[in-house]
Write a protein that binds this ligand. Structure first.
Ligand code: SF4
Length: 330
C-alpha cells in the first residue's frame, strides 16, 4: 500500500463514523476558530461527554469572542464551575482580551501567531490552525501520540518525530479533516486498553498490528504516587448567611469562592459531626474534615444562603455544602 492510502482509509472511515458533536458545526478545516478554541480548551483533561453540556451553555452565554472579551470574569467562572482546571478559564479570558485589543477581535490564522496567545500551547494552537484554517500542521494530543506510537512502533513518543511521520501522510488540502480523523480514531478505535484492531481502517498500515505487538505500544510509564493532604474546612453560619472566602487568583482554585481551609484544628469548634469530604486533583488528593466553628474564619465574608447557587464554587466546596444540606443546615 502507498502512504496516501493510509489517509484515504482514515478519511473514508471518518466520513462514516465521526461523532456528531456540538462543536462540529462545520467540517474540520472550515470551522469557526472560536468554536474550535473553546471546545479544545474545555476538552483538555476532560471527557467529551462531560464537556458537551458546558459547551452548549457557554455558546448561549458567550456566542463569540466579543461577548467573551466583555464578560465579567465571575460569570465565566460560574459557567466553568465543575469543569475543573480553573486556570483554563482565566487563560481563555486573557486570550479573548488580547485578541480584542491586538487583533481587532479576530484569531490570527497561522500556528506561529496562535501559539503566542495566552493559554495556547503546541497542541491547541495546532488544533485551531488545522481545524479552523486548514493549515498543514499536526495537532498532537494523547490520542495522536498513542495511535502514532502503534502505527510506527515508537517506544519514545517524541512529538517532533510523530509530526514528521504524519506530515508525510497528510493530504495538503485536508489538514483539518486528517487531524480530526486521527484524534477520532484514537478516541473510538485505537483506545488505550482495548484497541479494536480488527475493525480499524488503518490496520494495513499499522506496524504494531502487522507485527503482533500492539500490547507493547505505547510503552507504559509507571505513575508516581500522588501526595495526599488533609485539611479542616472552617464552617461558620447563621440562619441566613454562611461565611466563605474568595480565593486569590494565585492560589489553587483561584477566583472561586470556598470554605476557609486550615491545616490546624481550629480552637473555636462547636460541633464536628460532619462526614469528611475527599477530592482528587491531578497532582494531589485532599481529604477535608468540615468543622463548625463559633466565629467567622479569617478572610471570609458573609454570603446570603440564597446567593450560594449564583457563586462559582469548586467541586470540593459543593461536596461540603451537600454534607451541610444533608444535615438541613443550608
Ligand atoms: Fe490502533 Fe490497532 Fe488500528 Fe493499529 S490496528 S492503529 S493498534 S486500532
Amino acid at each position: 500500500m502507498t502512504t496516501s492510502s493510509l489517509s484515504h482509509h482514515l478519511l473514508n472511515w471518518f466520513e462514516n463514523h465521526a461523532r456528531t458533536l456540538p462543536w462540529r458545526s462545520a467540517p474540520a478545516g472550515q470551522r469557526p476558530a472560536y468554536e474550535v478554541w473553546i471546545s479544545e480548551m474545555m476538552l483538555q483533561q476532560t471527557q467529551v461527554s462531560s464537556v458537551i453540556p458546558y459547551f452548549e451553555r457557554w455558546m448561549k452565554c458567550f456566542p463569540d469572542l466579543e461577548s467573551l472579551a466583555k464578560a465579567d470574569f465571575d460569570d465565566i467562572l460560574k459557567l466553568w464551575e465543575g469543569l475543573g482546571y480553573y486556570r483554563r478559564a482565566r487563560l481563555l479570558y486573557a486570550c479573548a482580551q488580547e485578541l480584542a485589543q491586538k487583533y481587532q477581535g479576530n484569531f490570527p490564522q497561522s500556528y506561529h501567531e496562535l501559539i503566542k496567545l495566552p493559554g495556547l500551547g503546541p497542541y491547541s494552537a495546532a488544533a485551531v490552525a488545522a481545524l479552523a484554517f486548514n493549515e498543514t500542521v499536526i495537532a498532537i494530543d494523547g490520542n495522536v501520540k498513542r495511535v502514532s506510537s502503534r502505527l510506527f512502533c515508537l517506544e519514545v513518543v517524541d512529538p517532533k518525530e510523530i509530526a514528521e511521520k504524519l506530515l508525510k501522510e497528510l493530504p495538503l488540502d485536508k489538514a483539518g479533516l486528517f487531524n480530526e480523523a486521527l484524534i477520532e480514531l484514537g478516541a473510538l478505535v485505537c483506545n488505550p486498553k482495548h484497541p479494536s484492531c480488527d475493525s480499524c481502517p488503518v490496520k494495513a498500515h499499522c506496524t504494531a498490528f502487522q507485527t503482533d505487538r500492539v500490547d507493547s505500544f505505547p510503552k507504559v510509564i509507571p505513575k508516581k504516587p500522588v501526595p495526599k493532604i488533609e485539611r479542616y474546612a472552617l464552617i461558620y453560619q447563621t440562619k441566613s448567611h454562611i461565611w466563605l472566602r474568595k480565593r486569590p487568583t494565585d492560589e489553587l482554585l483561584g477566583g472561586l469562592w470556598g470554605f476557609v481551609l486550615s491545616e490546624a484544628l481550629a480552637k473555636e469548634v462547636s460541633s464536628a459531626d460532619l462526614p469528611p469530604v475527599k477530592h482528587a486533583y491531578t497532582h494531589f488528593k485532599i481529604r477535608v474534615k468540615p468543622l463548625m466553628v463559633t466565629m467567622p474564619p479569617p478572610d471570609s465574608e458573609p454570603i446570603a444562603l440564597e446567593k450560594l447557587k449564583t457563586l462559582a464554587l469548586s467541586k470540593l466546596d459543593r461536596k461540603i455544602l451537600a454534607g451541610l444540606a444533608a444535615l438541613g443546615s443550608v
